[in-house]
Design a protein around this ligand. Structure first.
Ligand code: NOJ
Length: 755
């Protein structure tokens, strides 16, 4: 065999071309050189993002507004567009940017690919209930790949807002109330969308949003102001954003709310000092839709000119739909109100991300119709959606082992408006999903035909059509179908009731003050319960609902969220026991709406309450403080028992580790999965510390009779928090550690962190 000898200098060249430093240099050189050619107006143009404003593959735009935007696009005054859908449209607009503008800088195309593009996955809150990080990464990967196959290269996801208030409709978009799990979910989703290489055609840019504090909207009212302290910002709200940065997220979106009385869009501390300063984030920040302009009604900016000045000085790099950067920035620089270096910095960030996507090499790389036709909604993708849907379901109650259903013999009545609904399970952010394309519970259950099943709607949940822009019109008066449903229930052995929220009742702008079953559904449930109590209640919702009456009266309850394209199949597989439910809640379910905001990692207060009889303690006169179903809770068809909880030392140094372990045994009759959770309480701190904080978890799968030892390692980094000294540090002192199947676990071991 001939031996090839490479001259040393070739090897050096090859290696030096591949070293990350030289890549960075090449990239930055390219960006600087391009920047040096740009006029101030073109720079402001890169910072301008427009919603798709006309059918680019049809006739030229008409109307002054559209023509103005079209001319700006041709003049190089648009850097990005959102909500332009499909290969043809995207190609047509990219062509204008690349071929008709002076510098030919390609556009970056963004869209809300939140839980799927054409194949729809469970809403993120549901998916977080799987506690399965690989699954979260995989579903984001599929969603990103489908979007990229259809021409897009940027998603406005993941939403990593911590949320404690079920009145807020957007809880559906996040991973729930916990910063530790929220951080891991943020990382998984960023990795899923972006992969290891943004230049790859199947990956897209992710966007961590909404920076920051949006999940704390007062009274759960969307877009409302917030009121939380500096430590809550750092200890609870910021960690998932930091995790997203650590995972390499390339864009951020700021939020609509004020924090510290300053709109996030104009907030220098969070954007410049923390994100771009302390965290060294070198991607770019896009405003939320119109949020620059909205600083005027906030009472923070006098007019559009002032708003643009405040936003850019505070570090907002791209203007989504306020049209203020494109109209005001050049003037602001010329008048000396904005330093051109700030504009240069913003443009550099935007060009950097475009460069990383490879758009300067091939601006049409995502525009491949053949790929789109092949990939969107493919069987492989739908199988991932089915897997995700099954793993997201949480079994809340199962008295008398009513579930799983027997596969033959019994007569089953399926009742409820959502049982036959192929649209609601798609949730609110359904992107390119075909209307009515989810599998319904009826369809899913019909695949198990060993039973005699009948279906009765029982009641209409809503009137007319529903969509993203309109309120769902709920039925409050038509009970005409109650009778038929009662008859079906009375003549059946088991009743499956599928109730909950229509898909557009949660999501953006969908705040509710009453979080019970909407409309007449609870009334129907009570009526059915009178004639047959063998009820399995399947709850579809985008948020924790108040299920107190249901919990007291209904023997089996399954939380089935909005599970996406394969919803009905997944629910049926769980009901019939082909999948043993393994989900655990990531948001506490309140006893009633008066308890919200409610979350497991609360602080003790000086007068903690242990019963409602205590008067001058921190409790309510009518319900106890605890939630109906706590964070981390979820049942299985089998049972798990925990024993032999032990700790190998009660002293931890800053450079040492200790181990805690526990044995878990499957004591039931089905193979099942359990998420074993580790919580720590820091007993005394320089600021008051939460009663418990999730610090680790592991999922185990056990056959009946099987047991396994689970160990967790604790070191001082696990004990760090943003302290009174305004820095992340662990403080010496006493800690309690808990291991169990939900956040209610009470048995603990004690240890001390010592110098
Ligand atoms: C407003 C929403 O708050 C944000 O999350 C979304 O990405 C933008 N609209 C664009 O649709």
């Amino acid at each position: 065999m001939k031996k090839i000898i490479y001259p040393l200098f070739i090897i050096i060249i090859v290696f030096s071309c591949q070293s990350p430093n030289s890549q960075i240099t090449e990239k930055e050189k390219f960006i600087n050189s391009l920047l040096s050619k740009m006029t101030l107006e073109e720079k402001a143009g890169q910072m301008n993002q427009y919603n798709g404003f006309w059918d680019a593959t049809g006739p030229m735009p008409e109307g002054d507004y559209q023509k103005k935007r079209y001319n700006e696009l041709k003049n190089g005054q648009v850097g990005s567009m959102l909500n332009v859908i499909g290969v043809e449209e995207i190609r047509a607009l990219q062509k204008i940017a690349v071929e008709e503008t002076r510098l030919g800088i390609p556009l970056i195309f963004g869209h809300d690919v939140i839980h799927g593009y054409k194949t729809i996955f469970p809403i993120p809150l549901a998916e977080s209930s799987s506690w399965d990080l690989d699954l979260m990464e995989q579903s984001a990967r599929v969603a990103g790949s489908e979007a990229s196959a259809d021409g897009l290269n940027w998603t406005f996801a993941p939403m990593v807002d911590i949320s404690r208030d079920a009145r807020w409709g957007r809880v559906m978009e996040g991973a729930g109330e916990d910063p530790y799990l929220g951080s891991l979910a943020a990382k998984a989703r960023v990795k899923g969308f972006q992969g290891d290489d943004l230049n790859d055609i199947s990956t897209i840019v992710a966007c961590a949003k909404h920076f920051a504090g949006y999940g704390f909207s007062e009274a759960g009212r969307d877009y409302n102001t917030t009121d939380f302290n500096h430590y809550t910002l750092h200890n609870t709200i910021m960690p998932p954003f930091k995790a997203a940065v650590d995972a390499g997220v390339r864009t951020f979106m700021n939020s609509f709310n004020t924090l510290d009385e300053i709109p996030a869009t104009g907030h220098k501390y969070i954007q410049r000092d923390v994100l771009k300063g302390d965290w060294k984030f070198d991607g770019f920040i896009v405003s939320d839709w119109g949020s620059i302009d909205q600083m005027i009604p906030h009472g923070f900016a006098r007019d559009g000119n002032h708003a643009a000045e405040l936003a850019v000085n505070a570090g907002s790099d791209m203007d989504m739909e306020s049209s203020l950067y494109v109209s005001q920035l050049a003037g602001l620089v010329k008048s000396g109100k904005v330093d051109e270096e700030k504009i240069n910095d913003a443009v550099r960030r935007i060009l950097r991300v475009k460069y990383e996507l490879g758009l300067f090499d091939d601006p049409y790389k995502y525009c491949n119709q053949e790929r789109s036709d092949l990939e969107l909604g493919s069987n492989d993708n739908m199988n991932v959606a089915l897997d995700a849907a099954k793993k997201s379901i949480v079994l809340l109650k199962n008295n008398n082992q009513l579930l799983p259903l027997p596969k033959s013999g019994e007569k089953i009545a399926i009742i409820g408006p959502l049982a036959n609904d192929k649209n609601s399970p798609l949730g609110n952010w359904r992107s390119q999903a075909v209307h009515n394309s989810a599998s319904s519970v009826l369809e899913g259950m019909s695949k198990y035909n060993g039973n005699r099943t009948v279906y009765e709607k029982g009641v209409d949940l809503y009137y007319g059509k529903t969509n993203f822009h309109n309120r769902v019109k709920i039925n409050y008066d038509d009970r005409s179908d109650f009778g038929k449903a009662k008859l079906a229930a009375a003549t059946s052995d088991i009743v499956i009731m599928v109730l909950g929220e229509e898909g557009h009742q949660s999501g953006e702008g969908r705040s509710r003050t009453n979080i019970g079953l909407p409309g007449l559904q609870l009334e129907l449930l009570k009526e059915i319960n009178k004639v047959n109590n063998n009820i399995v209640l399947v709850v579809m919702s985008g948020r924790p609902l108040d299920l107190t009456w249901e919990d007291e009266n209904i023997p089996a309850i399954v939380q089935a969220w909005h599970l996406g394209s394969k919803s009905g199949d997944a629910i049926a597989q769980v009901l019939y026991g082909d999948y043993n439910p393994s989900g655990k809640l990531t948001m506490s379910f309140p006893r009633n709406v008066g308890q919200v905001p409610i979350y497991y990692n609360f602080k003790n207060t000086g007068r903690p309450s242990t019963s409602i009889e205590q008067v001058t303690n921190s409790g309510y006169a009518d319900v106890e403080n605890s939630p109906l179903y706590p964070f981390g809770f979820g049942l299985s068809y089998t049972n798990f028992s925990y024993s032999n909880f032990s700790i190998d030392s009660d002293k931890l140094g800053f450079d040492s580790k200790i181990n805690v372990s526990i044995e878990i045994e499957n004591t039931g009759f089905y193979k099942g999965k359990e998420v074993v959770q580790l919580y720590i309480r820091d007993i005394v701190g320089s600021i008051a510390r939460p009663m418990k904080e999730l610090k680790g978890f592991e999922t185990v799968e056990l056959a009946p009779g099987e047991s396994q030892k689970i160990s967790f390692q604790i070191d001082s980094s696990l004990l760090e928090f943003y302290s009174y000294n305004n820095k992340w540090e662990a403080e010496v002192g006493k800690f309690h550690v808990f291991i169990g199947g939900d956040s209610n676990v009470s048995e603990y071991k004690e240890f001390y962190l010592t110098d």
